[in-house]
Design a protein. Structure first.
Ligand code: SAM
Ligand code: MG
Length: 208
């Protein structure tokens, strides 16, 4: 049977990237997505560089591209938990993350965000997150944000970074973070990964 796109992406990493070199893994994936097949990674245009977060949550791992981009910049001792409910994608991502040599910094958790967010405290000993990257299915951005609030996972200063707020778009989420007094929110214009279509990130700081 024909291989899947994530399997072909992993092959490109294994063929073209150096083990233990996150930048080469990122470059190999970018090259594959630009020249072979588009894939829903955050891409090489949007920059994710919140200063020195210690505890990071990523919603939506896919093949682990953004996981590698974020984890490689983390200070020693910092931890990134990434959630993915598709077992096939999670299996690929695990290998991509290991290829980049980042398995010590990254905990990939298989399952749905709505099931795992309420278990972060008891299961992973997380008090609050410093940075949350939202990049899973777009109808979950708003309910999962409210769930994180209810579970006490956000502190004053926690940064929510939401991808693809224009394309495909998350109008209910934007309406919420832009109008709520609990957030200071701003938009960073960019483009949909590997295309010229307008898209952007919304950065929302929780004010407590
Ligand atoms: N962050 C990745 C990157 O930039 O490289 C891309 C993530 S992709 C756009 C979205 C992923 O979220 C898919 O792999 C999908 O299976 C996963 N997903 C969607 N809804 C989810 C949920 N509620 N819980 C866990 N994973 C979810
Ligand atoms: Mg995205």
């Amino acid at each position: 049977t024909r291989s899947t796109r994530p399997q072909r992406l992993l092959k490109a990493v294994q063929k073209n990237a150096t083990r233990g070199d996150p930048q080469s893994v990122i470059s190999a994936i970018d090259h594959f997505c630009r020249h072979s097949e588009w894939a829903m990674n955050i891409g090489d245009e949007k920059v994710v560089n919140e200063l020195n977060p210690e505890k990071v949550l990523e919603l939506g791992t896919y093949c682990g591209y953004s996981t590698v981009r974020i984890a490689r910049l983390l200070p020693p001792g910092a931890r990134l938990i990434t959630l993915e409910f598709n077992g096939d994608y999670a299996a690929i991502a695990r290998q991509v993350i290991a290829w980049a040599g980042l398995e010590d910094k990254v905990q990939l958790v298989e399952g749905a965000s709505e099931d795992w967010i309420p278990r972060m405290k008891e299961h992973f000993g997380i008090e609050t997150f410093d940075l949350v990257f939202l990049d899973h299915w777009k109808d979950r951005y708003l309910p999962d944000t409210k769930l994180m609030e209810d579970c006490g996972l956000l502190r004053k200063g926690t940064v929510l970074l939401a991808d693809n707020v224009i394309c495909p778009g998350v109008p209910d989420y934007l309406q919420y973070v832009r109008n709520s007094l609990s957030y200071k929110s701003c938009y960073f214009k960019s483009h949909l990964e590997y295309t010229k279509a307008e898209d952007g990130l919304e950065k929302s700081v929780f004010l407590g």
